[in-house]
Write a protein that binds this ligand. Structure first.
Ligand SMILES: [Zn+2]
Ligand SMILES: [Zn+2]
Length: 546
């Protein structure tokens, strides 16, 4: 029997990862992360608990990737340390994965795949099928086994005039469907949205209209991974004689990677630096920037910062927010908008001008079209909160799939597929592990509790013993804390060292001044807690003179 077990991504947005199993052979489709909740202090990423793969490590043969989004590839450095299996992906996807692995000082066996070229992995015959999404080189997967065939949509939409001309290959899926598809697993992200998502070409036209009428600088703030949008912006800039600055590290890196594998074409002499752009006439500048979610220290926040820099926006410049707000970010985006208006900048958002952003995920009519093309014997909605999964199932039953041949599964549900349909086979262990990016072990629940307590009601006391009337440190700072009792005690040692370091930055003469000593210790301790936990506990510094 063909078995499918989601380890993440069902009942949530992000963390997409799914085990496909036949006999004693397992593949993992995608290996994604999600970003932590605001109350998970000092946590950079959340990765799936891969314990389910540990009971039979030899059975785990490979990871097959659908596309280069963090919620599909971001947990690879974490998983690959334990299971050194080959990783299959399209050129741009592998370029991003390799970059992530290099950053972590890891190596892996990376194997390139492409649409139309099926490959054999033990009992699995895997064929990547081109899909349109918001990142280049995205594929869905058709996986044939002796006991059944499944289609995994990846993240997809059915843009009929995509920027790179690569449509979701419904033709090929239709051909494959003639052999019979036992199970369709399909992207539910936009299952609450009626109709079709407009084409990225609409965004292209909207930009051209807006920029042609813009007398000064133009800034487009967008996701750092949306390279189709970068591509048409580059062409438009060339047409309108504007030089382009890429602002934001993730955007620059993604562009470099995409260029290296031929997935982004940059006209010669078009790109310039922020310094050079600052000297150009304002009507000759287009800045493509990260920061549409009002992330701190992103490209856009620098452009309106009061701190000095090579280029700051002036009244009359145009800022286009070319992204939807990710749920939870709305308050920060509202603050960002206020700052932009205060600066006298003109602002265009998707709510004023819907054509400045379109989603990368299929809406209901497109989801239905895929189901009608694949004609699966059974259907399981994936990639979404439960509300999305339920709504997507409705699309499937409307399209004629009998309800008993659909299943709302959540992470850990083991499903069996054969010619007779879909069977619930029990549960596999699953979970979500909060991590520091560079760490080898997850942050424990107890630690998170302590950090939260310290941030909300805690007090850190730092004491230093100094010479009476002088600057000599007689006893290095010690720290104690209320609200920090268990696993996080070691933070206090680091905080004491932080205080000592800050004191050493003062001259001995200045250290004669109690006020300056207290300030320095507070600064030193604060730095440590900010870095470790991303929090600002109350700090009380005490100077004892003897
Ligand atoms: Zn995606
Ligand atoms: Zn996704």
């Amino acid at each position: 029997m063909l078995k499918v077990t989601p380890l993440g991504g069902l009942g949530q947005i992000g963390l997409n990862s799914m085990v496909v199993e036949h006999g004693r052979e397992r593949l993992l489709i995608d290996c994604g992360l999600m970003f932590p909740r605001a109350d998970q202090l000092g946590v950079d990423i959340v990765v799936p608990d891969f314990r389910a793969l540990r009971d039979d490590p030899d059975a785990f043969k490979a990871i097959v990737l659908t596309h280069a989004h963090e919620d599909h590839v971001g947990a690879i450095p974490w998983l690959i340390r334990e299971h050194a299996v080959p990783i299959y992906g399209t050129p741009y996807t592998l370029a991003l994965v390799k970059h992530r692995l290099d950053e972590a000082g890891l190596r892996a066996d990376l194997r390139e795949i492409g649409p139309g070229a099926s490959f054999q992995l033990g009992a699995f015959d895997v064929e990547p099928v081109n899909v349109t999404h918001s990142v280049p080189d995205a594929v869905g997967l058709v996986i044939k086994t002796p006991s059944g065939t499944l289609v995994h949509s990846g993240d997809f939409k059915l843009d009929l005039s995509p920027i790179d001309g690569r449509l979701t290959d419904l033709g090929r899926l239709g051909e494959l469907a003639e052999g019979g598809i036992d199970l369709l697993l399909s992207d539910s992200t936009n299952a609450e949205v009626e109709g079709w998502v407009p084409s990225e070409s609409l965004v292209k036209e909207t930009f051209e209209r807006l920029f042609t009428a813009a007398p000064n600088r133009v800034v487009v703030a967008q996701f750092g991974s949306h390279l189709h949008r970068v591509q048409h912006l580059l062409w438009l800039a060339q047409k309108l004689s504007r030089r382009v600055v890429l602002s934001g590290r993730s955007l620059q890196r993604n562009c470099e990677l995409a260029r290296s594998v031929g997935r982004l074409v940059v006209p010669d002499g078009l790109l310039t630096s922020m310094e050079e752009a600052g000297k150009l006439p304002r009507e000759q500048v287009l800045i493509i920037s990260t920061g549409a979610q009002a992330e701190v220290r992103s490209g856009l926040t620098w452009l309106i910062s009061d701190e000095p820099g090579p280029l700051r926006l002036d009244p009359g410049d145009l800022v286009v927010l070319s992204a939807r707000a990710i749920p939870g970010n709305e308050p920060n985006i509202a603050l960002l908008l206020n700052k932009l208006y205060l600066r006298g900048v003109k602002v265009v958002t998707p709510s004023q001008e819907p054509g400045v952003h379109v989603s990368g995920h299929a809406s209901r009519q497109e989801q239905r079209r895929l189901i009608e093309t694949v004609k699966p014997r059974a259907f399981v909605p994936i990639h979404g909160e439960l509300k999305h999964l339920h709504r997507h199932r409705q699309v499937a039953t409307d399209a004629g799939i009998a309800e008993e041949r659909t299943l709302i599964a959540t992470n850990g549900d083991v499903m069996g597929v054969d010619r007779h349909g879909l069977h619930a086979l029990g549960r596999a262990p699953v979970g979500m592990l909060p991590m520091r990016r560079e760490a080898l072990a997850p942050v424990s629940e107890a630690s998170l509790q302590e950090r939260l307590q310290l941030a909300q009601a805690g007090l850190v006391i730092a004491v230093v013993v100094m010479q009476q009337g002088g600057g000599k440190i007689l006893h290095a700072p010690t720290t104690s804390a209320q609200g920090l009792a268990g696993e996080e005690q070691s933070a206090l040692t680091l905080a004491a060292e932080g205080a000592q370091l800050a004191l050493k930055e003062l001259s001995e003469a200045v250290r004669g001044d109690d006020e300056r000593v207290r300030e320095a210790m507070t600064r030193g301790v604060r730095r440590v807690f900010k870095q470790l936990f991303g929090s600002r506990p109350m700090i009380h510094a005490v100077v004892v003179r003897v």
